[in-house]
Design a protein around this ligand. Structure first.
Ligand SMILES: Nc1ncnc2c1ncn2[C@@H]1O[C@H](COP(=O)(O)OP(=O)(O)O)[C@@H](O)[C@H]1O
Ligand SMILES: [Mg+2]
Length: 398
């Protein structure tokens, strides 16, 4: 028997989304192509999701009138960013089916709660300490140096993080962060980083996509390679961890689990994202069902689609920096024909009008019969777009 949350909502109905960024835009497009109407609540003016939504409710996330308007339109609602106030999801859950739940989002949006939740359930993590006060910082285990101090809330793309070289710096770093609750982590020598996106329905069916291998530059995802170049046994373990975390959270929706692979082959959970993830963008072009279509399926109480990958893929992020390539000032629109001339490259632009350095403006997914060939296409495209240091970040690792 279906759980109540699984009674299907047929195409033609309205689905709701909190947030107006690129993840929301790709969700809108996937849901619309299944025949759903999408309403987006977002305070921005010409946001990537708002501009493709069937209706844009222009309001702040905690504006009762805006939330009531969204709730009156839609039968199910979701979020595209983890810093959405949990109260907004709670409000919506009184009138519509909400996935993920406010509770899951509240855990994933707070590094302290996230780490505690995972550690209590026995998942392997990087050695860490919770610093709630300057006294905690002074008393923290010196073995956590060299480390990284991360604010408990609101960090993303490497923001809200400070490197600490010795234990003597713990307290100063804590103060420099603004005396806010933080997590102090030991800096780990990584063989590589991987992630697994998992979908879970209200009735508890789960599915994971193939593991992605992720390269970061300056704390921002630069490149994802799928399938990851790790052994089959390690990949299986990574997918199993993602399944088990989704179960432990009684999760509903799309969840990404970021993990570290250490030099001695251990898998450590880094962090959770309670939504589709940048490292899962390859699923749009390389898998039977994308992470965004799956998000709509879970919301609508439909069965999960197949997560099978039909071709190896390399996803290259397109940051605002490309608009300033070669010292260009003011910003200059890149020559997209240089990407489009590659028959195996799929260009996705998010419709953001203002390019800024470090801002995610789009991505390209390169498809090929092998990962190495897909990397070759990616390398060529990066060179053509003038993305600096392409060669030295794309060699093989694990
Ligand atoms: N303890 C650590 N040891 C080594 N590298 C780390 C550690 N923590 C973070 N990093 C690096 O910084 C990146 C961003 O950190 P993360 O905790 O994932 O924050 P964000 O929310 O910004 O993604 C990671 O993907 C990884 O490359
Ligand atoms: Mg991260």
């Amino acid at each position: 028997m279906n759980a109540p949350g699984d009674v299907p909502i047929p195409p033609g109905a309205w689905l709701g989304l909190l947030g107006g960024g690129q993840l929301g835009r790709m969700f809108c497009m996937a849901a619309q192509s299944l025949g759903y109407k999408v309403a987006v609540l977002d305070p921005g003016n010409d946001s990537p999701a708002g501009s493709v939504a069937d209706q844009h409710v222009h309001a702040d996330y905690l504006d009762p009138a805006g939330l009531a308007r969204l709730a009156s339109l839609v039968r199910a609602a979701t979020t595209e960013f983890e810093n959405v106030p949990a109260r907004a999801l709670e409000f919506l859950s009184r009138r519509a089916r909400v996935s993920p739940t406010a509770e899951s989002v509240a855990i994933a949006q707070d590094r302290m709660r996230e780490k505690t939740f995972l550690a209590e359930r026995g998942f392997a993590l990087v050695p860490f300490a919770i610093l709630a006060t300057a006294d905690d910082a002074r008393a923290a285990d010196p073995a956590l140096a060299p480390g990284i101090l991360k604010s408990a809330r609101m960090g993303y793309d490497g923001k809200g993080q400070l490197r600490v070289h010795t234990a003597a710096e713990f307290e100063a770093a804590y103060r420099a962060m603004g005396n806010v609750p933080c997590v102090l982590e030991r800096f780990v020598d990584l063989a590589c980083e991987v992630s697994v996106v998992v979908a879970r329905t209200a009735s508890g069916s789960t599915a994971t996509w193939p593991v992605a291998e992720n390269r970061h530059r300056d704390g921002i995802l630069d490149l994802s390679i799928a399938p990851a170049r790790i052994g089959a046994e390690l990949a299986e373990r990574a997918r199993d961890i993602a399944h088990r975390i989704a179960e432990a959270l009684d999760y509903r929706g799309i969840l990404c689990v970021e993990m570290f692979v250490t030099r001695d082959g251990a898998l450590l959970v880094n962090e959770l994202a309670p939504r589709p993830h940048n490292s899962g963008h390859y699923t749009i072009d390389a898998c039977v069902t994308s992470q965004f279509e799956q998000q709509a399926r879970v919301m609508a109480g439909l069965p999960l689609g197949s997560t099978r990958q039909h071709e190896p893929a390399v996803m290259v992020n397109l940051l605002g920096d490309i608009w300033f390539a070669g010292g260009s000032s003011p910003a200059r629109e890149p020559d997209w024909t240089r990407v489009l001339r590659h028959p195996q490259a799929k260009l996705h632009l998010y419709g953001k009008s203002e390019p800024r350095r470090g801002r995610k403006m789009g991505h390209v997914t390169c498809l090929a019969p092998s990962v190495d060939q897909a990397l070759d296409v990616a390398r060529e495209i990066r060179r053509d777009l003038g993305i600096a240091r392409a060669a030295d970040t794309m060699g093989s690792t694990a």
